[in-house]
Design a protein around this ligand. Structure first.
Ligand code: 9D3
Length: 269
């Protein structure tokens, strides 16, 4: 997989993609990340990449020319070919107005050969980039950032993890067993954010068994693996109900889950 990042802050990407799984994937040659400075594609003495908005209003807008010219040097397939899916490439504009990034889209992008990420800045990007150059416009969540660079780093991280071979043996084995189980329960389809079939992950503990008076749940040190499995499922259900009740509407629950949830919420079933 090759990522191309288009940005007015190329130094931003020194750091966030140099650690852990992404670093190893880069070192193994599974992933290459090339950062392109949009200012190198501005032709005036001041290397201007922004301008005032037509129609008036606050702030500045990223000009289209440097972005179009930069993309033209990358030799990506034509937009129509990319959007038809034949090229194995995507050109994506990161903006607050985009469709929300999620694990399903990460999976789609992980199957491509090349992903170009255009990082917006200022008050916005000239709309012709979204309409005529990029295939899609993506946001990473419902909060205001100062630009697209953090979003591009987030996307590159999430996508890289899904490239075959990027996770170590242990982690990939875990992922496989999750995928198999999730598909057995829910049918093939979008992956979820977590390791327990669409629920939030269960709580984890390690040594010491007691730390400053805080004990690890007894069941986890009992060695009773059926009880441990049930405790983890119940804890995942509790945590999901508390922190992400929206997820419960999309998760296939078995009878044991329904009973556990009924007990947690104090309802009869
Ligand atoms: C007056 C409205 N503006 C907010 C002060 C709109 C606005 C312009 C530019 C909001 C954000 C930005 C810069 N953000 C991004 O480029 C961005 C982003 C985001 O803000 N949230 C989530 N994902 C992304 S991806 C790129």
């Amino acid at each position: 997989m090759k990522f191309d990042m288009l940005t007015i802050f190329p130094d931003f990407f020194r750091g966030p993609l140099d650690y852990g799984i992404v670093r190893r994937a880069r070192e193994a040659g599974l992933v290459t990340i090339e950062v392109h400075d949009l200012r190198a594609f501005a032709h005036d003495r001041h290397r201007t990449v922004d301008d005032r908005p037509f129609g008036g209003g606050e702030g500045m807008v990223l000009k289209p020319e440097p972005i179009f010219e930069c993309i033209e040097t990358l030799q990506v397939a034509a937009r129509a070919e990319r959007m038809a899916g034949g090229a194995g490439q995507a050109v994506i504009l990161l903006s607050a107005q985009g469709r929300r990034f999620d694990q399903e889209l990460a999976g789609e992008l992980a199957a491509l050969e090349r992903v170009v990420l255009i990082c917006g800045r200022y008050e916005g990007v000239d709309e012709r980039v979204s309409e005529h150059l990029a295939d899609r416009e993506i946001s990473i969540g419902d909060y205001v950032l100062s630009g697209g660079e953090l979003g591009a780093a987030v996307m590159a991280d999430a996508v890289t993890r899904l490239i075959p071979g990027a996770l170590g043996n242990e982690a990939s084995a875990r992922q496989e067993s999750f995928t198999a189980r999730a598909e057995a329960e829910a049918g093939p389809g979008p992956d979820s954010t977590c390791a327990s079939g669409g629920l939030l992950d269960y709580p984890h503990y390690t040594r010491p068994a007691e730390f400053r008076g805080m004990a690890v749940p007894e069941v986890l040190v009992s060695g009773n693996h059926d009880q441990i499995r049930r405790w983890r499922r119940r804890s995942a259900l509790e945590k999901t109900l508390r922190n992400r009740p929206d997820l419960l509407e999309r998760v296939p629950l078995n009878r044991e889950d329904e009973e556990l949830l009924a007990r947690i919420t104090g309802k009869e079933i």
